[in-house]
Write a protein that binds this ligand. Structure first.
Ligand code: ADP
Ligand code: MG
Length: 271
């Protein structure tokens, strides 16, 4: 019995690499000698060695999945929560951000509103939280608000609105960035409302805006529809209002540039 198994194994060894390829165990295949060496040196038993090989494969597959998710999400830049300096933005509760980083809000279909003036890190946090959602397996799409509305309006004209609404409803998390920077066109409010209704209690939205919620009526040019949009977004929501200075200006000021600039303008105005 033992010799039969030994004989079969000896024959299978020649086929090991093709078999790993066929099973798509490419991480094990590519690092086979190193992994087997490690297992031998650490005197792992068979079960432990098999677990180590599986862990290598799962690790690689996870990495690939995350890379794929990040490229599908179309983030405008790479930003992480590790790269966010809480000291620079005291109005942000780091505990609340850490809780959001668990992505439980995405699992629950809640919304997040990130509000505050330009440069305080809204897009940074939006991208970083989107990234955390992808790591935890939630499909994510990032879209600037004006771009979103332009796409919906164009699709509406072309009779393809339904198709576009489906496209933007599919991801578990939709990040809509910079709502309110530019005024929307007249039927934008209605189109945006349709999308928010479609996603309501199905998928999460993260919206960043430089306008307070009270100003959204003006942003949408239609207070009634703006209220209906807010009603849905705010139902299960986490609102983070960031107060304070622009991060860019702050770092310039640190370098003494802003002081020089203001000294110059003071000199210019007094002359
Ligand atoms: P907003 O979207 O609020 O206008 P951004 O998120 O685009 O601001 O931030 C502007 C720049 O400053 C980005 O490069 C961002 O990464 C950086 N930044 C802003 N706040 C912080 C912070 N607290 N820690 C680290 N980087 C920050
Ligand atoms: Mg921004």
């Amino acid at each position: 019995m033992a010799t039969l198994a030994k004989k079969a194994a000896a024959e299978a060894v020649d086929e090991l690499v093709p078999m790993l390829t066929r099973l798509q165990l490419t991480a094990i295949r590519d690092q086979l000698d190193t992994l087997l060496d490690q297992a031998a040196r650490s005197e792992l038993n068979l079960r432990e060695a098999l677990a180590m090989l599986c862990a290598a494969e799962v690790g690689r597959k996870n990495e690939r999945r995350i890379q794929m998710g990040l490229s599908i999400a179309k983030f405008p830049f790479v930003r992480t929560l590790e790269g966010f300096e809480y000291d620079a933005q005291p109005s942000i509760d780091s505990k609340q951000i850490r809780e959001l980083a668990t992505s439980r809000w995405v699992a629950n279909g809640d919304s997040v509103l990130l509000l505050g003036p330009p440069g305080v890190g809204k897009t940074h946090l939006a991208v970083a939280l989107g990234r955390e959602a992808i790591v935890r397996g939630y499909s994510t799409l990032f879209v600037p608000a004006t771009n979103l509305v332009t796409q919906l309006a164009r699709a509406h004209v072309d009779g393809r609105l339904e198709e576009k609404l489906i496209h933007f409803s599919k991801p578990k998390l939709l990040v809509v960035d910079e709502l309110g920077y530019l005024p929307f066109e007249p039927n934008a409010a209605h189109l945006f409302f349709q999308l928010v209704s479609r996603r309501y209690e199905r998928g999460s939205m993260l919206v960043t805006s430089n306008r307070s919620v009270a100003e959204w009526g003006g942003v949408f040019g239609d207070p009634v529809v703006a209220t209906a949009i807010l009603d849905r977004l705010m139902h299960h929501s986490h609102v983070i209002t960031i107060r304070g200075d622009s991060y860019r200006l702050r770092s310039k000021r640190r370098a003494g540039l802003a002081n020089q600039a203001s000294a110059k303008s003071d000199a210019a105005s007094s002359s």
